[in-house]
Design a protein around this ligand. Sequence first.
Ligand code: FRU
Length: 504
Amino acid sequence: MNGFVASEPLAKARSYEEHMEAFIEPKDRPVFHLSPRVGWMNDPNGFSYYDGEYHLFYQYSPYTITWAPMHWGHAVSKDLLSWKHLSCALAPDMPYEKHGGCFSGSAIELPDGRLLLMYTGAGENGKRKDGSPIEHQTQCLAVGDGVDFQKYEGNPVIDGSSLPEGSSTEQFRDPKIWREPDGTYRVVLASLGPDKSGQIVIYRSDDAFTWEFEKVLSRNCWRYGIMWECPDIFTLDGKDVLLVSPQDMLPHRHDFYSGNGTLCIVGFVDPETGMLMEESTSGIDHGTDFYATQTILSPDGRRIMVAWMQNWDAIAGSIPSTRWFGQMATPRELSVRDGRLYQWPIRELEGWRRNRVAHSDVAVGNEPIALEGVSGRVVDLLVNVRPEGDTYQEFILWFAQDKMFHSSIRYRPAHGTLEISRIHAGMRRAYVQHRKCDIPGAPAELSLRLVLDKYSAEVFVNDGVQALSMTLPTVLTADAITFACKGQVSIDVEKFDLVDPAEE
Ligand code: FRU
């Protein structure tokens, strides 16, 4: 950007990442999941299509592989799968970011062609009696050309003083901005409401720089965790959909589990009250690692969701000797059918499929079987399972497997549940290593899609009615895939290696 001068913290981060990324070998990274240029990554930020490319920013600490005052990392891609790292976009260099740095936010192209970033400044507002800082979160702007971003001199543009009385500005964050058809702007934000549980609010603006409080969109009322993070609201297939990431969830059957979760509310915004009327609620992803979703509308009209493929409670599993930590989930196309959210890996992934191997009508019984040509760790695997006879109780698929390690997917039609497990994947810490979810309709026939990329597994069930994601620490030589069942089934299997077409 003409005349742009990086602040000292930004210049330092940029030169550090440029120097240190050479110590990370591309072969040690996921193939098509975005990982940080160096250091630590959490939430996706500023997901946008700008100047002919997708831009994805992320919560970033270049110097550590644990969370530390937040910068914004930055990458671009033409297909959302093959990523190119750009320079660090934001560094904490302002008084209003003094406590935690530049927290999560979003991006939008302005009518004059510049890219606007809106993010939370995690500042400080005095001290408690015990000397600990009182965090003060405000909403801030930076404007740029897609590489360099100048923080707005009028920051913060939303300080929370017009929030409903009793709301918290210690917890007031994660702006997701959009433009209405009439050219005005809205931003959806999360805060703690007067009842000290999450509330989702909307602010409006004519020019994206001057903001006023518009309304409360939704209230948690202590139902799903406490604080709700990273809200996103959009209309899809005739419904209004709110995605949030609740903290401190209580488990509820298999749909929600304790810790940091994800929540999808499908309903409609009441034109009278402006509140989101809820028709159904469900978890978004039921695996061990999925949080902080953000969506955009792609130029061809698809609602695409990204997320951090990690879990705050699972970061104890990071390996001190590595130079990066954290990765994004495969971007997913969303749809709403019968009032439910469906997710499917972006269709661009199909363009990466190579070396097709197919087996039809394979009889599977109690003895595990392997199939010729079906193995690998960077793989797209499609499996259809049909019961044979009436003894069928459970179908099991093992992957990332050798003599010592394996992960698994288990479907129990009588219970209507599907479980993923990495208990034997080589985890060195004893946090949660398996998760279960209900499969709507509990059909006897099952269709699975398993997407593997070195250090992760993502499972999509029955056309995407459920999704489960988990990271894997398993050595890459553990690449067997085997099948078994309790009873008798017949399966069709289609397997592809996933290869970047640009690298052939
Ligand atoms: C969610 C979150 C956000 C916050 C960011 C800080 O994972 O806690 O609410 O903006 O991470 O890194």
